[in-house]
Design a binder for this molecule. Structure first.
Ligand code: SF4
Length: 359
């Protein structure tokens, strides 16, 4: 049972049934960045979602949003940030590059202003923990207890393929919703709701467990402002990154499958979706190398990186692995086509012509 295949199929299913944007594998801690990674994030649209879509396709760096740079008079970038100058410089450059800031150059100094006010664009955030096989739970209980006590996201859901018993339900916090996911060969994926989630108090202080020692666990009390900032970072990362951050192997056994509405890396040899990064290559018994002539990297499909020191945003590429196909697999175009996210919104184009003016 592959957790990776489960995750991609679940995302493809949710994309067709939920409003807003989805991402995979994002950090959901506050006091210990990277301490907790959530498998799937669903960010629901807020009142100004359309304004966010128009602004830029990329994640906006948090430092740029928090800065004193506004939409009115352009400000000297150095005086507009309350953080280390290197972080401020990097956020300024990235915000200009993605079209959130526009720049004027006066007397050897860069002055910046926001192209548009940062919108109130996201609503509830739902975190999903995937555990296809409850017989191999790993740290599941501790992870879900952390999610509930921190209450960074509005709802937490456990998604599994296993039959869920009363004993399973008793072991996980009662606030956690439970989905049983049915995946039969050739049939559309179905979600059976075993238990509805309870809304978590995202506006109240949260408790984040840090290190566990024999007999005691270090904790951090996380204040609501810190949670709100982290929620905004999660929402931004989700918007910019999306969930199509997987690769297609350069192997003849890969037969990309779009029957779910999203193109997924299906392997004929394994009979399931595969994670090219960890499963494919010469050491695989079914590896059938595709020649360079048959493989075409589609640069447009590689998500742009984010300068907000988030390594998770630097992954993602797609290869044309079907030699008979004249069209490269362009996951970015597919995301543009199938979701509210826009790869090349008007705001970005306006900013680029604005830059020419000062260039
Ligand atoms: S390398 Fe192995 S797992 Fe990957 S697509 Fe080829 S046969 Fe399948």
């Amino acid at each position: 049972m592959s957790e990776f295949a489960f995750e991609l199929e679940l995302c493809a299913h949710l994309e067709t049934r939920r409003d807003g944007v989805l991402a995979r594998q994002l950090g959901a801690s506050v006091a210990d960045p990277g301490g907790r990674i959530l498998d799937v994030l669903c960010v629901e649209p807020g009142p100004e979602f359309d304004d966010r879509v128009r602004l830029t396709s990329e994640s906006i760096p948090d430092a740029a949003i928090e800065s004193a740079v506004g939409t009115g008079r352009a400000r000297y970038w150095k005086t507009a940030f309350d953080c280390h100058p290197d972080r401020a410089r990097s956020a300024t450059e990235r915000a200009c590059e993605i079209g959130f800031f526009e720049r004027e150059h006066r007397k050897g100094r860069d002055y910046v202003r926001q192209v548009a006010r940062y919108p109130d664009w996201y609503g509830r955030i739902v975190g999903i923990e995937n555990k296809p096989d409850l017989g191999r739970p790993g740290d599941l209980e501790a992870q879900l207890r952390t999610d509930v006590s921190l209450a960074l996201v509005d709802e937490v859901i456990l998604a599994t393929e296993s039959y869920v018993t009363r004993a399973h339900l008793n072991r996980i916090p009662e606030e956690v919703g439970v989905w049983r996911v049915h995946r039969e060969d050739g049939a559309p994926l179905e979600i059976e709701i075993v238990r509805e989630p309870t809304s978590l108090p995202v506006d109240e202080p949260g408790i984040e467990p840090l290190e566990a020692h024999p007999g005691r666990t270090e904790i951090a009390v996380v204040d609501p402002d810190a949670k709100a900032r982290q929620r905004r970072r999660i929402a931004e990362r989700t918007y910019g990154k999306g969930w199509r951050t997987y690769e297609f192997p350069d192997c003849g056994a890969c037969d990309p499958d779009d029957s779910s509405g999203a193109t997924l890396p299906y392997c004929e040899w394994k009979g399931r979706i595969v994670d090219a990064g960890s499963e494919c290559g010469a050491s695989c018994g079914g590896y059938d190398p595709v020649s360079d002539a048959d493989t075409d990297t589609d640069a447009d499909s590689v998500p742009d990186s984010d300068s907000d020191t988030d390594p998770e945003l630097h992954s993602g590429s797609a290869l044309e692995s079907d030699a008979d196909s004249a069209t490269a697999i362009d996951l970015e175009a597919e995301r543009d086509r199938r979701t509210p996210w826009k790869a090349d919104p008007d705001g970005k184009r306006r900013q680029q012509s604005g830059l020419d003016q000062f260039g």
